[in-house]
Design a binder for this molecule. Structure first.
Ligand SMILES: [Cu+2]
Length: 144
């Protein structure tokens, strides 16, 4: 009997662990690096709803992405934005900080997920946007 409960608990735990995080991604139909970022998310266990969007600037404005933090594609998870080539691990950091409005990797730094070019990596940061427009660094990736 006790073993039964133990196994039942284990099974429920496995089911929960296997449940993928779902993210909506909006991108221009012609954006190749956007697709590469989507592959990065899928490789890291995310379930991605891929949306083609003709007017990205209008969408970013609607989702509250400040122009200074803008990149190519825009993701939405738990109602918050994930702008640009944000590593999957840092999306998990965003999820742990409910006060933030979103996270962004501004521009398109070489070496960020989806922007790979050999071993080259530019320095870049993942920026969290606070409710008052304040910014905090969620992750710092040095150049190599
Ligand atoms: Cu890009």
């Amino acid at each position: 009997m006790r073993l039964f409960f133990l196994l039942g608990g284990l099974f429920a735990g496995l089911l929960h662990a296997a449940e993928p995080l779902t993210i909506d991604v909006y991108r221009d139909p012609n954006c190749g690096c956007c697709k590469a970022w989507i592959s990065h998310l899928q490789d890291n266990g995310f379930s991605v709803n891929d949306h083609l969007e003709a007017d990205m600037p209008a969408l970013k404005q609607r989702l509250g992405v400040p122009p200074r933090l803008a990149s190519c594609h825009t993701g939405v998870i738990d109602g918050r934005f994930v702008e640009g080539h944000v590593p999957a691990a840092d999306i998990l950091k965003l999820r742990q900080q409910p006060d933030l409005l979103g996270a962004a990797v501004p521009g398109m730094p070489t070496g960020s997920p989806g922007m790979e070019r050999g071993d080259i990596r530019d320095a870049y940061q993942v920026i969290g946007l606070g409710p008052n427009g304040d910014e905090q660094v969620l992750a710092d990736y040095p150049a190599n």
